[in-house]
Design a protein around this ligand. Structure first.
Ligand SMILES: *Cc1c(COP(=O)(O)O)cnc(C)c1O
Length: 399
């Protein structure tokens, strides 16, 4: 039954033959629907309708439409998520809004497992405000202890990109809010990977990525969530015309649009947002809990195989699946070269400094035979030192 279900979702993707794709945590595979949709938007909408397509093809409503579809996967009510911009830019928007609500508190608390762009953006926001704001970065395990009444915004990524370690969203949100802090989550490695309950957890702001588990394509638009009852008090820092109450009134002064639409900035990238919209078709009828169970089963199988036959590698991810996202990481001193050797044999994962080999398990298109193939290939590469070649050590720009 469940096997049949995932066979069907796999058939919705266009994957090259002979490739085992374990990098959906970084760039999701291509749904056939996304390809068809982009071709349609090019040939029919842009090509034939030209500028009329903003109305006739519904381009103008894409950010809200795609936002709502993503919202359904992350426990966000309709009208609370809007798609657009990159995750970094959305984080900038959310963080400025969150700090304004948190005033006079000036501390942003985050952790050292966070993705660097999140920390860089927070640094920039502190500098830009020029009012003594401070980014405090602690170990992921020390976040709960570091929360106190001085913290204005707790800014965390639910799943750490390096090890796949997962925070307890419910507990940390509850604790942050009880202490009067504003809660901002980055769902880059959560959305489309397992159930998220933004509304149920009382999260204030969230952002996330369109090109990882949501399969929206390279550089796909990201998304931003604002808790419904906060939306009216958000004064957008990036107050662009698409976030205006009446963009086509062309008024001289800015008036924010109602609700989350005020977090739109400029003209949406229609082609890539259409790809993301169509990619979300794959999630129709998918039970996120079943998806998570499948991801855990695949991950456990991979861990078991590697630990049994490849003692050179050390598990870097939490052993308990309750504290893992949908990826498994192993440490290996020659991890970069080993990953290149693996990729050369058609098993695609990636590498993060200094020694982490990452394997993402996107159950919509990865099955147990893929896990078996990947593990067997990796065991052979490490066991027979097949990674030990100069061409596998040469670093590419993107690792
Ligand atoms: C992937 C990822 C990003 C990516 O940000 P972009 O602006 O889309 O490049 C940001 N934050 C986290 C936590 C990520 O995992």
């Amino acid at each position: 039954m469940i096997e049949d279900f995932f066979q069907r979702t796999r058939a919705m993707f266009d994957l090259p033959k002979g490739v085992v794709y374990l990098d959906g945590n970084s760039l999701g595979a291509m749904p056939k629907s996304a390809r068809e949709r982009v071709l349609h938007e090019l040939d029919e909408s842009w090509g034939r309708e030209l500028i009329r397509a903003w109305n006739t093809a519904g381009w103008i409503d894409l950010p809200a439409r795609v936002g709502d579809r993503i919202g359904a996967l992350i426990g966000a009510p309709k009208g609370s998520v809007v798609a657009g911009d990159s995750t970094s830019v959305n984080l900038f928007k959310a963080l400025l809004a969150a700090l304004e609500l948190a005033a006079p508190r000036k501390v942003i608390l985050s952790d050292s497992g966070n993705f660097p762009t999140d920390l860089y953006v927070a640094e920039g926001v502190c500098r830009l405000l020029g009012r003594g704001h401070e980014l405090r970065v602690v170990d992921p395990k020390a976040v709960e202890c570091a929360l106190n009444e001085g913290v204005g915004v707790l800014m965390l990524t639910e799943v750490g990109y390096r090890t796949g370690r997962k925070h307890d969203m419910r507990l940390l949100t509850e604790k942050a809010k009880a202490l009067g802090a504003v809660m901002l989550w980055d769902l880059a490695h959560s959305a489309g990977a397992f159930p998220v309950d933004l509304a149920g957890c009382g999260v204030d702001f969230a952002v996330g990525c369109g090109y990882k588990y949501l399969n929206g394509g390279p550089g796909a638009p990201a998304f931003i969530y604002v808790r419904p009852d906060l939306q009216a008090s958000v004064a957008p820092a990036l107050s662009g015309w698409m976030g205006h109450a009446a963009p086509f009134a062309f008024e001289l002064g800015y008036r924010p649009a109602p609700a989350v639409d005020r977090l739109r900035v400029g003209t949406p990238p229609v082609l890539s947002m259409s790809a993301l919209d169509a990619a979300l078709d794959v999630f129709e009828g998918v039970d996120m809990l079943a998806l998570q169970e499948r991801s855990i089963a695949l991950s456990e199988d991979f861990i078991r195989r590697i630990e049994a036959d490849c003692p050179e590698l050390q598990l870097a991810s939490p052993r308990d699946s309750a504290w893992r996202g949908s990826q498994v990481s192993f440490r290996f001193t020659e991890g970069y070269a080993a990953m290149q050797a693996l990729i050369a044999r058609g098993v695609i994962g990636d590498f993060r400094e200094p020694d982490v080999m990452r394997f993402g398990f996107a159950p919509l298109y990865i099955g147990f035979s893929d896990v078996e193939m990947a593990a067997r290939t990796l065991v052979e590469i490490v066991g027979r030192r097949l990674w030990d070649r100069p061409e596998y050590r040469a670093r590419n720009k993107v690792t």
